[in-house]
Design a protein around this ligand. Structure first.
Ligand code: GDP
Ligand code: GDP
Length: 437
């Protein structure tokens, strides 16, 4: 399991600057995806042979930047609980604030690695600021300049020292792994209960990969499924989990481990920004995805156009997940719950698809002939052979003389041609361009 590291700290200490420095320092695979413009507040990072996911908690806060706004605090507290390691970022220029002392007090009570990093140590006289921070009783401080890079390398050495090495791949079973995600009150727990409560389903709970995670395993027909991270949901009373705070890190963790994400939306409320954000996480993780418009029993559908209205808005706001099927359900009445599994199977079949190099190149040649790429600085772009480098999701590499010269709209065209040629309309598809001269 890739560890999740949260950067916490008050606004303006440099969280997003540090986040960018760490996640963009190596070329991440997501950079090859065309047309992604959303702000991201988590990213995959790599340091030597250690991989981890970095989360910038600043990105979760909505609205104003008031350090004491309760929702920021809540998100930070939740992040501290959910992450595997925490970076508390302090401002070496601005000095200590009461909020810092608060966060340090919280961190002292948590039994997981915390790293105290003092940022903006890039000018004269800033070593003095460091000694002020030592007065808070912290043993080890890491002075850095997120902006200029000073100190970041040695900090990353320390941060990742205890992380597992990368090629220790998670063992994959033949099961289809399903995550249930969505904003608070969308009906996630109800959905999990509705699915697991189905007649004749024998469900066993097994330990997940992290300390407190539990997965639910069951068979339908001759297929094995795993609902990931269902800890406690089946036993807990309604009240207790309604109080549970929404945790983006928990959602990320489930998405990281799933093949297909069920994105639960409260159709009675409509499509919200938060729904789109959750969908964005699923997209970024490269999951297969299905939108479940839940609480359909409550939706006013007298004109028979409710589905059309909601689907149009969803397709508009979450364009990036245009391949995700949409269906209406009710976790409460059980309406169309039995439709979910056939859809999961369809999505998974595409998600795990393998295309032979021969077939792929035939399709690519056809696409390249039908619409030729435009010239790059007067030179012809040459596409050499392409090959599938991984599944889940299907990921292809095409060798090109000038990868940077391929316009993203052309890359998208090629992806769409691949989708069409191999009936991959319900899964993410990645096409990476690599240099070859
Ligand atoms: P966040 O609100 O914690 O995410 O902070 P930002 O990353 O947006 O940074 C806040 C401000 O501090 C910006 O103006 C940055 O340019 C500046 N900043 C970030 N890192 C450094 C640094 O290492 N040195 C200096 N001098 N300024 C920095
Ligand atoms: P979670 O926070 O996403 O896990 O949401 P819950 O499963 O706790 O559901 C939130 C509320 O919506 C609860 O009061 C549920 O009883 C209710 N609810 C969930 N699904 C449905 C549904 O399909 N129809 C109706 N009418 N209510 C639902």
């Amino acid at each position: 399991m890739k560890p999740i590291v949260a950067i916490v700290g008050r606004p303006n200490v440099g969280k997003s600057t540090l986040f960018n420095r760490i996640t963009r320092s190596r070329d991440a695979i997501v950079d090859d995806l065309p047309g992604v413009t959303r702000d991201r507040n988590f990213g995959d990072a790599r340091w030597d042979d250690k991989a981890f996911t970095l989360v910038d908690t600043g990105g979760f806060a909505e609205g104003d930047d008031d350090a004491f706004a309760p929702h920021i605090r809540q998100q930070v507290e939740q992040a501290i609980i959910d992450a595997d390691a925490i970076i508390l970022l302090l401002d070496g220029k601005g000095g200590i604030s009461p909020f810092d002392a608060d966060l340090i007090a919280i961190l002292r009570t948590v039994d997981k690695p915390a790293f105290y990093v003092v940022n903006k140590i890039d000018g004269e006289g800033q070593e003095k600021a460091l000694s002020d921070f030592y007065s808070l009783g912290i043993d080890t401080l890491f002075p850095v300049s997120a902006e200029h890079g000073y100190g970041v390398a040695s900090f990353l050495d320390e941060l990742t020292a205890g992380f597992p090495e990368m090629d220790a791949k998670e063992e994959r079973s033949d099961a289809i792994r399903i995550a249930v995600v969505g904003k608070p009150n969308a009906g996630k727990s109800s959905m999990i209960n509705a699915i697991l409560g189905e007649d004749r389903l024998v469900v066993s709970e097994v330990a997940g990969t992290t300390r407190d995670s539990i997965d639910s395993v069951f068979h339908r027909g001759d297929r094995k499924y795993v609902l990931v991270d269902t800890a406690g949901i089946r036993r807990k009373g309604k009240v207790s989990f309604r109080l549970e705070k929404f945790s983006i890190i928990k959602a990320l963790r489930s998405l990281e481990r799933c093949d297909v994400a069920l994105i639960i939306i409260d159709a009675d409320v409509g499509i919200s920004d938060q729904d789109v954000r959750v969908a964005g996480y699923a997209y970024d993780r490269g999951c297969g995805a299905i939108f479940l418009l839940n609480k359909w029993d409550l939706v006013d559908n007298r004109d028979g156009k409710a589905l059309k209205r909601l689907t149009e808005k969803l397709r508009m706001d979450a364009k990036f997940l245009s391949f995700a099927p949409v269906t209406t359900v009710s976790a409460k009445t059980g309406q169309r719950i039995q439709r979910i599994f056939p859809l999961v199977d369809q999505v998974y079949a595409q998600y795990a698809a393998r295309i032979t190099t021969g077939q792929l190149n035939k399709a690519m040649d056809k696409a390249l002939t039908r619409t030729e790429p435009s010239l790059h600085k007067g030179t012809r772009l040459k596409f050499y052979y392409a090959t599938q480098v991984s599944t889940r999701p299907p990921t292809f590499v095409s060798f090109v003389n000038f990868p940077g010269g391929v316009h993203f709209s052309y890359q998208r065209y090629l992806i769409n041609q691949i989708r069409e040629a191999f009936s991959l309309d319900k899964t993410p598809v990645r096409l990476l361009l690599r240099q070859r001269t």
